[in-house]
Ligand binder design. Structure first.
Ligand SMILES: Nc1ncnc2c1ncn2[C@@H]1O[C@H](COP(=O)(O)OP(=O)(O)OP(=O)(O)O)[C@@H](O)[C@H]1O
Length: 267
């Protein structure tokens, strides 16, 4: 049966060009995606294929010299025509972009406590000190930490890659987003930590009713939780659809190659 619901996020004909000193770079072109509430989209493709640029355009995180065209509808509101001030309530609050490298995304000079408390304060202006503290412990528990008091007193460099990624996810949850875009959330992790982070994202998608967009060059890690996959190549989506359909009946040679590589690794 055809789904007639308004998508939560509809990206239509999105193109991004960079005007640089070395000329024009067409980073992505005619990207269209329709994402419904609580779906998990895996965005896959080789390095430089335009995955991050396309998703950063959704949250207006590109530099000023980027020329972005196309429309981005969130609950039928065209975000692309909003001024920066009008866009402010959407970025981070409705749609949050989780950056690729947790070590650079966290401030090295501040304890986890300061960073988490500041974010909670920003999003819960009416909270008093005790409520902020309680919420911080609660968020750290949600992302799988037991010794939350100890974690709060650490600096980022005192945490492992997996811990840092969990802390970033806790910071993201403090913003209470509806759509979480996670850019390569497992790229710096060993296989076991990577699987744990994917499991955590899957759990949070259900408990927090999140809609997830996960960018990765690794289709096997995406297939572990994604409901849908979009395959990028040379700045455009060459194939997209439900994960099941894609695995069973990939149409494009490049998708087939990605899947073959995944199957070979599973032997
Ligand atoms: N700020 C920028 N200025 C100029 N060109 C850029 C900028 N950011 C990205 N690009 C270019 O846009 C293209 C797409 O980059 P993008 O980061 O989206 O690729 P990707 O598929 O996410 O790759 P990766 O998996 O390596 O992160 C690349 O050619 C890249 O060099």
């Amino acid at each position: 049966m055809e789904q007639s619901l308004t998508p939560l996020l509809a990206i239509n004909n999105l193109s991004v060009t960079f005007e640089t000193h070395h000329g024009r770079i067409q980073a992505s072109h005619h990207v269209s995606l329709s994402i419904n509430q609580q779906e998990i989209w895996g965005i896959v493709g080789e390095s430089g294929s335009g995955k991050s640029v396309s998703m950063m355009a959704v949250t207006r995180l590109l530099p000023e010299y980027a020329d972005v065209s196309g429309s981005i509808l969130y609950k039928n509101i065209d975000l692309s025509v909003l001024s920066n001030r009008q866009f402010h309530p959407y970025r981070g609050r409705k749609i949050l972009y989780l950056f690729q490298d947790p070590l650079t995304a966290l401030n090295p000079y501040f304890r986890i406590k300061n960073q988490l408390y500041e974010t909670i304060k920003l999003h819960h202006a009416h909270y008093d000190k005790d409520q902020i503290s309680q919420h911080a412990h609660h968020l750290l528990e949600k992302v799988g930490f037991n010794e939350t008091t100890r974690i709060l007193h650490l600096y980022p460099h005192q945490c492992s890659g997996g811990m840092r990624q969990r802390i970033l996810i806790a910071l993201a949850l403090a913003c209470n987003p509806e759509i979480l875009i996670a850019d390569e959330p497992t790229s710096a992790l060993d296989a076991i930590s990577a699987a744990q982070i994917m499991r955590l994202l899957h759990t949070l998608q259900q408990t927090e009713r999140l809609t997830l967009i996960i960018i990765s060059h690794d289709i096997s890690i995406l297939c572990s939780i994604a409901t849908h996959i979009a395959v990028f190549q040379k700045g455009t989506i060459i194939e997209q659809g439900s994960c099941k359909t894609l695995i069973n009946a990939a149409q494009h040679t490049y998708t087939q190659q990605l899947l073959d590589a995944m199957h070979r690794m599973q032997i």
